[in-house]
Design a protein around this ligand. Structure first.
Ligand SMILES: C[S@@+](CC[C@H](N)C(=O)[O-])C[C@H]1O[C@@H](n2cnc3c(N)ncnc32)[C@H](O)[C@@H]1O
Length: 196
């Protein structure tokens, strides 16, 4: 079975979608075989709504970036950010590179990586709408291994639905960090973790 997160051979059907957020318009190239190809996912929008009301600075990693919507929009709203975007899906990274150009953002870099395998830096922020359908191991690697890629005091900020185990994730992460819920919206929780 093909999931959006595998490098499937499904035929390409490249298209452009418009995304409007905080009074700014963006155009994103999307395709078959990538997450939420027809519109901005509600969980991702909820995460972005929180992030755009924060002071985001320095080095940011968007892990599981898909076609780049979170990293590119952050880069457009915050000055002087350096944004790395990583995803296991090669087609998603190809689209990310198109979308960096399409939206004229600077300081963005996209690369293929299985979770953190190809990540070699430390970040002020790691942001993610993690892949639930990839299973609990991948989800927990996304969240718990973030600690190794954050500077001291760096923040992991992610979105997860209550039906996708938000409460047990909060409980488990609380054993290794300071966890707070930044927003709840229609079952989606935006969670911040600062590791001990
Ligand atoms: C819920 S989607 C979010 C995509 C995008 N950030 C957005 O908000 O639209 C999760 C992403 O994680 C990626 N992913 C799944 N397993 C992965 C892995 N092992 N390593 C890196 N990325 C993975 C998927 O390809 C997918 O793009």
């Amino acid at each position: 079975m093909n999931h959006y997160f595998t490098n499937s051979d499904i035929p390409s059907n490249l298209k452009k979608i418009d995304i409007y957020i905080n009074n700014k318009s963006f155009v994103f190239n999307t395709d078959n075989g990538v997450f939420s190809k027809n519109n901005l996912d509600f969980g991702s929008r909820t995460l972005l709504d929180v992030l755009l009301n924060m002071n985001i600075y320095g080095n940011v990693l968007d892990i599981g970036c898909g076609y780049g919507v979170i990293g590119i929009i952050l880069s457009s709203f915050f000055d002087n950010l350096s944004v790395d975007m990583a995803d296991v899906n090669k087609r998603a990274i190809h689209l990310c590179n198109m979308n960096i150009k399409e939206n004229n953002v600077f300081g963005c870099n996209a690369f293929v990586s299985d979770v953190y395998d190809e990540v070699n830096h430390k970040y002020d922020f790691i942001v993610t709408n993690p892949p639930i359908r990839a299973g609990k191991k991948v989800l927990y690697d996304f969240l718990f291994k973030a600690k190794n890629y954050l500077v001291t005091g760096g923040q992991l900020i992610f979105v997860i639905n209550k039906d996708q185990g938000a409460k047990s994730v909060i409980k488990d992460l609380s054993l290794v960090g300071n966890v707070s819920i930044l927003k709840k919206n229609k079952g989606f929780f935006v969670i911040n973790c600062i590791f001990d």
